[in-house]
Ligand binder design. Structure first.
Ligand code: AMP
Ligand code: MG
Length: 317
């Protein structure tokens, strides 16, 4: 049985995961937290450089292995912030020596770990993270993007709203808690364009809203989540998939899960959201996808690909 080590470093999180055959045997991470404001790519990369080897060692320790036991090493080649991607690749190459090093796609890793965690075979995936928001399904050998954000990722929008309301990072859980106390819906622009979404206009309107913090958080969530559900529903009707997978860091939001679950069940589809450690950025998903790519002989990246599209990869596994 081959042992795969995966390194995640596309944004704020440096993760290291290990897969042995079909089993995930380690998943360690450490995230860069900006002292104030948003993520500064060079600072995040410096964080990854500092903690990289420690996180890998923690993963090896958790798995009861040493570096020599690892057969193949994978890293997330993109999409992501270039300085962060460079660090992930460096860490992988330093450990690898003569062993194979494969660059794999970060978004596809989210889908594949979600499939593994849920037991799904062919889901419609609603992938909502800090930087990405995409509705994805496999069609003709590729993960096609049926709808996506035209500007910022929903997680980013939520974090920006949180900062505006004086809450610290990450804003998601705090906005969720505030929203639960919200009572009155304050009208915000609902921006679905064809199958795509936009969040920055809603964010601007929410920042200007004359309402309580609770009502703003509530209205923001309800608007954005309804938009996501609408696009996901149309993609589900079009693709006729029977499984709906919710993943990415924002998938931790209970209200979002409730809305997407309701939509799926109305269409007779089953719904799943993986446990939190596999929803946010993590190393296990990179190790798992590295295994799929390696075993199937699919194309791997030899260098970073900051704008690597989900649908640019031929799915051979
Ligand atoms: P990722 O980029 O996949 O690691 O996800 C990080 C994003 O998930 C950040 O923007 C967080 O604010 C967001 N997030 C985490 N927990 C929640 C939550 N409970 N509700 C909404 N967003 C969340
Ligand atoms: Mg991600």
């Amino acid at each position: 049985m081959m042992i795969y080590l995966g390194i995640e470093s596309t944004a704020h999180t440096l993760g290291a995961g290990i897969v042995d055959g079909e089993k995930i045997i380690a998943n360690e991470k450490d995230s860069y937290k900006p002292p104030e404001g948003g993520i500064v790519p060079a600072e995040a990369a410096e964080h990854h450089r500092k903690v990289g080897r420690d996180i890998v060692n923690r993963a090896l320790e958790a798995a009861g292995l040493t570096e020599e036991d690892v057969d193949v090493i994978g890293y997330a080649a993109g999409p992501g912030l270039p300085p962060c991607l460079v660090q992930g690749k460096k860490i992988a190459e330093e450990i690898a020596g003569r062993r194979p090093v494969l660059g794999v796609n970060h978004c596809i890793a989210h889908i594949e770990i979600g499939k593994k965690a849920s037991g799904f075979r062919d889901p419609l995936t609603v992938y909502v993270s800090g930087g990405n928001t995409q509705i994805i399904a496999l069609s003709k050998g590729r993960y096609r993007v049926f709808g996506e954000t035209l500007d910022i990722g929903l997680g980013n929008a939520i974090d920006k709203l949180a900062r505006h309301l004086g809450l610290s990072m990450p804003g998601g859980p705090k906005i969720e808690a505030l929203a639960r106390q919200g009572k009155r819906y304050y009208p915000l622009p609902y921006t679905v364009k064809g199958m795509d979404l936009a969040f920055s206009g809603i964010l601007t309107a929410a920042k200007k809203a004359e309402a309580s913090k609770e009502d703003i958080a509530f209205s923001f969530q309800e608007t954005c989540f309804a938009m996501l559900a609408e696009v996901a529903e149309r993609a589900l009707a079009h693709t006729q998939k029977t499984e709906v997978l919710l993943t990415g860091g924002v998938a931790a939001n209970k209200r979002l899960a409730e809305i997407i679950r309701g939509m799926a069940e109305e269409h007779g589809a089953v719904f799943s959201v993986p446990e939190a450690q596999y929803c946010g950025d993590n190393g296990a998903m990179i190790a798992w996808l590295t295994k799929l790519v390696h075993e199937s002989g699919a194309e791997a990246a030899a260098d970073i690909r900051p704008r690597w599209r989900t649908d640019a990869v031929e799915v051979r596994w």
